[in-house]
Design a protein around this ligand. Structure first.
Ligand code: NDP
Length: 352
């Protein structure tokens, strides 16, 4: 078993889940020091089932060629390593290249050097499905977002674009073998073009909350999606609550991790995308849960307000039936996720 992106928020929970399922695991990290930190964070009895390999930049040509070869050889691969943030000095170098070339690169390396691999699971995103300018009534796995290369150069759109496909690219992206596609669509195109011996599944999870990763060194480096909960807990919304948009749906990271592992092991999951989403949230609802469950934090929170509707009345809906029926996922509710996230942040603050 092999997976990329060991230091990340989602990856940290995927690792826990893989060890729970008794897999031997090799994780990729960008430095020896980061790999060492992961090993030290794992319970001693499980540590002997975990090793790491350094892949310092997934965008490099052949980055995974050596990493996918091991003895005993790998049966499964999960690819999670991809930038998730909204500020970039250079959108291509800092986001689009690692997302697109990382995804196509790992598939090429497996196809060329790891023929024992039976299933590959890639962390895509609901961003690869959503069309904010033209929402359908209900989103499901048949939905694909369209975005042009020009739009991808806008830093507010770069991340969304990095995960998606593109309908009408106007700039030829010459550096990857399957041009004109962003990450997830490039992965599916790889399967139809090369017909590899492994099958593919993607996890299209939405905005993800949940306990912070064990290897975090500072809350300043907290992953993007937990930041709004951290902002509430640390009093950064005390003067007034920030708008919830553009995200309205959430999922717990432990359910996302389980989805990755079940998508590896369930025979029927091959060839499928899975929209992994639990429910709706709003910033006022997050504040309300924190106020009720952590009364000691009241002084850090924005002024109390009535929370009735979490989202506009004409809001789109989501259909997560495939993830429940094929993978058997049962989703944690918002309150459960928020309480565990806040507890993990408070624990980190007190140990810091
Ligand atoms: P994190 O920022 O916590 O993790 C990103 C991971 O990718 C880190 O391990 C990082 O390594 C690695 N990485 C980034 N760029 C490179 C690179 N050029 N070379 C090698 N490694 C790289 O993000 P998340 O865990 O939240 O996200 C992980 C995946 O999940 C991404 O694909 C993201 O698009 C997807 N996703 C996340 C959602 C969320 O709400 N969190 C929602 C939907 C999808 P390092 O730590 O060393 O920088």
């Amino acid at each position: 078993m092999y997976f990329s992106g060991g230091t990340g928020f989602i990856a940290s929970h995927v690792l826990d889940c893989l060890l729970d399922f008794d897999f031997d695991v090799v994780v990729t990290v960008r430095s020896q020091e980061k790999g060492q930190r992961i090993l030290e964070s794992i319970d001693e009895t499980l540590r002997k089932r975990t090793t790491f390999v350094v892949v310092d930049d997934v965008a490099k040509e052949g980055a995974f060629d050596e990493a996918v070869q091991s003895n005993p050889p790998f049966d499964f691969v999960i690819h999670t390593a991809s930038p998730y943030r909204f500020t970039f000095d250079d959108p291509v170098r800092d986001c689009l290249d690692p997302a697109i070339k990382g995804t196509t690169g790992i598939l090429h390396s497996i196809h060329a050097h790891a023929l024992t691999v039976k299933r590959v699971v890639i962390t895509s995103s609901s961003a690869a499905m959503l069309s904010p300018a033209n929402h359908p009534k209900v989103y499901d796995e048949s939905c694909w977002a369209d975005i042009t290369w020009e739009q991808a150069m806008n830093p507010h759109e770069t991340y969304r674009a990095s995960k998606v496909r593109v309908a009408s690219l106007t700039r030829h992206h010459t550096l990857i073998e399957i041009p004109q596609k962003f990450a997830e669509q490039a992965a599916w195109s790889f399967i139809t073009t090369y017909k590899p011996s492994f099958s593919l599944a993607t996890i299209n999870n939405t905005y993800t909350f949940g306990p912070i990763q064990r290897t975090l060194t500072s809350l300043d480096n907290l992953n993007t999606s937990n930041q709004r909960i951290c902002d509430l807990v640390q009093g950064r919304m005390r003067a007034g609550i920030q708008p919830t948009a553009p995200v309205f749906t959430f999922v717990d990271v432990r359910d996302v991790a389980l989805a990755h592992v079940l998508a590896l092991t369930k025979q029927d999951a091959g060839g499928m995308r899975f929209y992994v989403v639990s429910g709706f949230f709003s910033n006022p609802r997050l504040a309300e849960i924190i106020r009720r469950r952590f009364p000691e934090l009241a002084g850090r929170l924005p002024p109390e307000e009535e929370v009735e509707d979490d989202f506009p009345k004409d809001h789109w809906w989501f259909d997560n039936a495939r993830s429940r029926n094929v993978l058997g996922l049962e989703y944690r509710r918002l309150e459960h996720s928020v309480v565990d996230t806040v507890e993990s942040i408070l624990r980190f603050e007190s140990e810091d």
